[in-house]
Write a protein that binds this ligand. Structure first.
Ligand code: HEC
Length: 146
């Protein structure tokens, strides 16, 4: 009887300890699950943001790639040579230097701007320029050289 009481007490103590340990453990697990959840919640938007960033970067690059005006492209890429007439480049604002070239037809000039022509480097060295942007910059130069 005494032993049984002792046994019961021991069991109670052990189960209290176990429960305590369990609940401690449970608390820890729950906390880390919460942390994990919080972490993944924090990470998820970050992932989304970086994904959106990538996605929005691509169209941004595309749209800047597709929407630079002829003037922008001219100023960034063509002016170096065509502004000064360097290396025999027909000069911007000098109609007489363009007359003979214009006689080849605008499509030839576009093609030469895109593919290069003698001293004229392909794409006027604007390697990320689209054909349309190059055409626009040719138009811009021709407009300014009438
Ligand atoms: C490194 C100097 C250089 C740059 C940069 C340059 N060009 Fe030229 N470009 C030339 C030279 C030199 C010629 C003359 C080539 C020849 O007739 O021998 C020329 C000629 C041209 C012609 C006339 C081609 C023909 O068939 O007569 C066009 C059009 C042209 N460039 C457009 C552009 C455009 C558009 C850009 C900018 C996107 C550009 N170039 C950038 C040097 C340059």
């Amino acid at each position: 009887m005494k032993n049984l009481k002792l046994f019961a007490l021991c069991t109670a103590v052990v189960s209290l300890l176990t429960l305590g340990a369990c609940s401690d453990e449970k608390g820890e697990v729950k906390l880390s699950a919460e942390q994990e959840k919080a972490m993944s919640e924090r990470l998820a938007p970050a992932g989304e943001i970086s994904l959106v960033g990538e996605v929005s970067n691509a169209p941004a690059a595309d749209s800047s790639g597709g929407s630079r005006s002829g003037e922008d492209v001219y100023n960034t890429s063509c002016k170096t040579c065509h502004g000064s007439g360097m290396a025999g480049a027909p000069k911007y604002g000098a109609p007489e230097q363009w007359t003979a070239r214009l006689e080849k037809g605008i499509d030839t000039l576009y093609t030469h701007a895109i593919q290069g022509f003698q001293g004229m480097p392909p794409k006027g060295l604007c390697m990320d320029c689209s054909d349309d942007e190059l055409k626009a910059s040719v138009d811009y130069m021709l407009d300014g050289s009438k």
